[in-house]
Design a protein. Sequence first.
Length: 251
Amino acid sequence: MSMTTAAVLGTGAWGTTFAQVLADAGVSVTMWGRNADTISFINGGENPTYLPGIELSGRINATTDIAEAVAGRELVVVAVPVKAVRPTMEAAACAIDPGAGVLSLAKGIELSSFKRVDEIIAHSAGVDEDRIAVLSGPNLSREIAEENPTATVIASENLELAKRVASTCHTPYFRPYVSTDVIGTEIAGATKNVIAVAIGAAQGMGLGINTRSTLQTRGLAEMTRLGTALGADPATFAGLAGIGDLIATCS
């Protein structure tokens, strides 16, 4: 059931960490990035720019050729910022295997179109929604790279794809749960950042735990109402992708 090969597009902290998770689960991983020096470091077993001190698995290799990275891979992981998702997927589209699954790690909304990341992928790469999954949760990359026990949500309209991706990245320290609520998972991951900005402002003003707790609790209520209005399952916001990610980000 699990996939055995994957491409990770993006060589930042989260992309590198997730590549390590996949490798620890037994997957052969090819990473893609634009910076030749970063690629060279990854091929040498580390990414000192983003994850200093973390030794990378021998199952990970890296390239600056995006077609080479994705060709023949069962899973393509999108680990670039939201603003880079569209051009990245346009560049990769022609080389992605027709049967490959695509997993987004990006959190946010495209400012020019107000599309969710799954919608950007579908539109820019011509990938059907039932081949797309999204991952979200309280997933601070450094802690995962250090193998702190962590859980996450993998959501797809295609429940079997969500289960297969979850099986592919399941390790003793990384526990994925599955969902079919793509809208809720995406909206939770995007909107929690707004509340976190408010928390930062409150701390900067010298306000205490009462204020921050109020912001998080009422912020979660607003996130849930917005998500529900857009078609999400309100229960998603009470789980890892909602309150879990909100707590992690606001902390």
